[in-house]
Structure formats: C-alpha cells, structure tokens
Design a protein around this ligand. Sequence first.
Ligand code: PLP
Length: 345
Amino acid sequence: MKIIDLRSDTVTFPTPEMREAMARADVGDDVMGEDPSINRLQELAAERMGKEAALFLPSGTMGNLAAVMAHCGRGDEVILGNQSHTFLFEGGGIAYLAGVHSYELPNLPDGRLDLQAVRDALRSDDVHYPVSRLLVLENTHNRCGGTVLPLEYMDAAAETAHSLGLSLHIDGARIFNAAVALDVPANRLVQGADSITFCLSKGLSAPVGSVLCGTRDFINKARRMRKHLGGGMRQAGVLAAAGIVALEKMVTRLGEDHKHAQALAKGLAGVDGVIVETPVPATNMVFVHLSDAVKADTKGVVQSLAGLNVKVGVVGSRRYRLVTHYGIEAGDIQTVVEAFRSVLQ
Ligand SMILES: Cc1ncc(COP(=O)(O)O)c(C=O)c1O
C-alpha cells in the first residue's frame, strides 16, 4: 500500500536516473577542488542563476549561513522576515555561529517585506547600533504558504537594498518553483540579488545538497566559511551527480506539483471541517486548518490520517501543511481528500 507523504517535498526519493548517475559519477577530493562532478554541478548552477560562480553545500541551512557569514562580519546586522526560514528554522545559526544580529520585519501575508519598512530599518552610523549589512528574502516563501515573490518586487527589493548600501541574499530553497509559477527564468528572477541559495533536495528530488551562487570573490569567501562550518566534503561527486540530474531533468516537472496542489486545495475545500487557507495555491504547498465544528484534536487527525496511509505536516494548533512533490500522482490527490473526509465525518 502506497504511503502518500505530504509532510514536505524533502521526503522525495532520488529518481532511477539519479541513482544511475550516482553510481557512475567521476569523483575527486572536492576540498582540493578536484571533484569533476561537483565542479560541473557548480558551473551548471552558476549558469542557471546567472552568477559568476557557485558552491555545493550539504544543506540549505549551511548555504544560508555561509552566505550570511560571507556578507557580514560579527556584530553586523541582517534584515529579514519574522516568518523566514533563516529566522525561524535554522537553529539561530546566524547568531550562534556567525555572531550576526538580526532585525526582523513582519512578513506581509504573501511573504514579501514592505520595502519602506526595510528603509526604516537601516541603522544610522552610531556606536549604539549594529551595522546594517544585508537583506535576506525568501522565494518561494515557505511559512507564508509557498507564495511567490513576483519579478517586479524582486527587482525593486534589489534596488532598495543597493540604494541603502546593503547586499541582497535570496533564500531560494524553492526558487525554481517560483520561476515555474511565474514563467520567468530563475536567473532573471534573481538578477538583482548578490547571492542565492537553492536546494536540490526538495522538489528537485536529489537526496542531498544545496548550491550557493554569487560573484567569484563572494564564493571564494563562502568556501572558506563552508570549511569553518565543517562542510568541506571529499568525494561528494556521488551527490553532485544526482544534483546535475535534478537541474537538467526535474525543473520543468515542478508545474505538475503545482497543479496537484491546486487540485488538492479544491478537493479539500469540499470536505466538511476543513478550511483551506488559499483556495488556489501559488506553488506546491496547501495550508489548511480544522473548523471549530471538528471535535478531534490536531494530533488525533494526523494519527487517523496516518492510519489511512496519508501523512501531513503539523504547522500549528489545528493547522496542517500538505506539500506535493515528485512521487505524488494525480490519483493520490483524490485518496487524500477521501482520507480527510473519512477522518472528519
Ligand atoms: C525556505 C527554506 N530555506 C532553507 C531551508 C533549509 O534547507 P535544509 O533543510 O537543506 O537545511 C528550507 C528547508 O525546508 C526551507 O524551506
């Protein structure tokens, strides 16, 4: 019996083509810059993002942290959203490991930051304050519902950051979902950004890895930071080989995940007791909560769904996140809707 696991797009398994590529991968010592598969992945990633250079890292968390460390010194300040992954879900690493102070602005419901609020957050030159150094945006925005920050906003944010003397880093864990949803090439979407991290291990289905892209100088600094963080890997070309397949073969199919998310939202909207928060999800995430009429509690519903081979993520009291991804087929959507109906009836 198939388990329909919608907790995250990180649960995806490598495709058969990835497993083959991993078995065949040419490898070398990447700390010495000698892994041909990693070098190829980095070139490909830099090209896809329109940047000079790229760096392969074990995770998106390390990619964002290395980026913050390469942009900022200890005691500098990064402006970011209070719903951002870097602020909420990366263990406070920018404070704990990088000594960087954060200035959190409230994310707008669609994941953007108000650009006037960014201007207002800029510190003046005064010893009482940290030095404002970096603006971080997330696209797509996970906690805000897999929302997409549009092209005009991305351009305006870059212009604002630069006019304030700040650099702009994009946490683009799912930047290709944004690019596909907007039908804009990813490199155009991040054209104004100084750096971007994107993940191979989410919707693109590779087993491990993220890539940080930026100028050659910036990537040289970030490579040093990766080493500080213990992220220098050796014959990790076996992982990069899957990443190459992810970039070459898995981007265009993301639109399928978005269609499945829309079908799921539509189906769940017809189930008594379920309130779908965004009737037409922008990408691959559906957020729902239970209506007051439902007596079952948050965990009880998850357990009952699991008994029907459906797994969903809990993201608050009576609130769930369902993420579509490679491996979830159109037919599974109806199964999930029926599982909710049967649990809540
Ligand atoms: C928006 C966003 N950024 C960064 C990350 C971190 O990626 P990783 O789990 O590879 O550390 C995630 C993970 O879910 C994410 O959703």
